[in-house]
Design a protein around this ligand. Structure first.
Ligand code: SF4
Length: 344
């Protein structure tokens, strides 16, 4: 592990990316304002997208004092197209906090930087390391990938510990940028270029031939659960069916009338007013993106004009109902047989 940092720095000295917010390797860093501005812009945004914005912002607001005095509307307009607009609001709030609470100077430690608006762990560490030579562990997505592979680590917590251990006391800013560059240009998410990697001989994932198994992807988020109603409206041995809108879930298919499926379904979603009776147990169904408890509401009504078609119940099997409505229809038919629903 001791070998990695010097090897990486040697590689960085030869191959560092040239970026407008960077000094060349070994040269004193630009002031913290420039580093902060670039790091905020780079959050969830590509280098290519950020470059013109960074240059325009710097030309228009060359210092943190100038930015703090910016007109809010003008700044938001200048940010337009970069996305994640809360960053722009935080940018202004942070610039104003620097001017009013810190005399126009960025605090020199990651711990103090983290108290500023919109400055999280990563941005604080990056500014502290690059602008102030604090050996703070800078862990963005690129660094996380590199460290996870180097040590075949399967948790973010373990990556943070190793990233901190790897960070040298000398040139911590260049080390951070070297890790970022390695991740961006060689240790890429797919097909890393291990053949030209400067730290290949220390890489556990390479040794295992399991580079793309790291970082371990987190388990998928739990499938959300929704609730809803399907309406069984029966008239003279017919049931009302509707054709669903062409776009969206079960698009273009026949189904029972139903409302939006969300957390707060309501009988007000019924196709018309009637004496709706809700069956005891809902139908359970699992779609790819959510699971559903579908309550079936039944009513016997006169045959009236309604959006949809009155379908003969004895030929319901020919209607081509998707599974979820088929389940709902079977439930209604079972209840109908026992006459606990419609004959009451
Ligand atoms: Fe990444 Fe391959 Fe280098 Fe390991 S050897 S750090 S997997 S590029």
């Amino acid at each position: 592990m001791r070998v990695i940092a010097p090897e990486l720095l040697r590689w960085y000295d030869r191959h560092a990316r040239v970026l407008p917010w960077r000094s060349p390797p070994g040269v004193a860093a630009p002031d913290a304002y420039r580093i902060w501005l670039s790091e905020v812009m780079l959050q969830q945004t590509t280098v290519a997208a950020v470059k013109p914005y960074y240059e325009r912002f710097l030309a228009r607001w060359p210092t943190v004092e100038a930015l703090a005095a910016a007109d809010d509307t003008e700044l938001m307009a200048a940010w337009a197209g970069l996305g994640y607009y809360s960053r722009a609001r935080n940018l202004l709030a942070c610039a104003r906090a620097i001017v009013t609470e810190h005399g126009g100077r960025f605090p020199g430690s990651a711990a103090e930087l983290k108290t500023l608006p919109g400055v999280g762990d990563y941005t604080a560490a990056a500014i502290a390391a690059i602008a102030f030579d604090e050996p703070a562990a800078v862990v963005d997505g690129n660094v996380e990938r590199v460290v996870a592979r180097l040590f075949a680590l399967d948790t973010k917590a373990a990556v943070r510990v190793k990233a901190a251990e790897l960070t040298p006391a000398e040139r911590p800013g260049d080390h951070a940028q070297a890790m970022m560059d390695l991740g961006a240009t060689i240790c890429t998410p797919k097909k890393p270029a291990c053949a030209i990697c400067p730290v290949r001989s220390d890489c556990r994932a390479f040794e295992l031939g399991a580079q793309e198994a790291y970082p371990v992807k987190p388990a998928k988020a739990a499938r959300p659960h929704r609730r809803g109603y399907a309406f069984w409206a029966e008239a003279e041995e017919h049931v009302l069916l509707v054709t669903r809108p062409a776009k969206g879930l079960l698009g273009g298919m026949r189904g029972l009338p139903s409302g939006g499926w969300n957390d707060a379904p309501s009988l007000d979603e019924a196709p018309f007013a009637a004496d709706w009776r809700v069956l005891d147990a809902p139908v359970r169904h699992v779609f790819t993106h959510f699971s559903l408890d579908l309550s079936v509401a039944c009513a016997r009504v006169p045959r009236l004009n309604a959006a949809g078609e009155w379908w003969p119940i004895e030929r319901l099997g020919e209607a081509g109902l998707p599974t979820v409505f088929d389940k709902a229809a079977r439930l209604a038919l079972r209840e109908r047989m026992t006459e606990t629903c419609l004959a009451c």
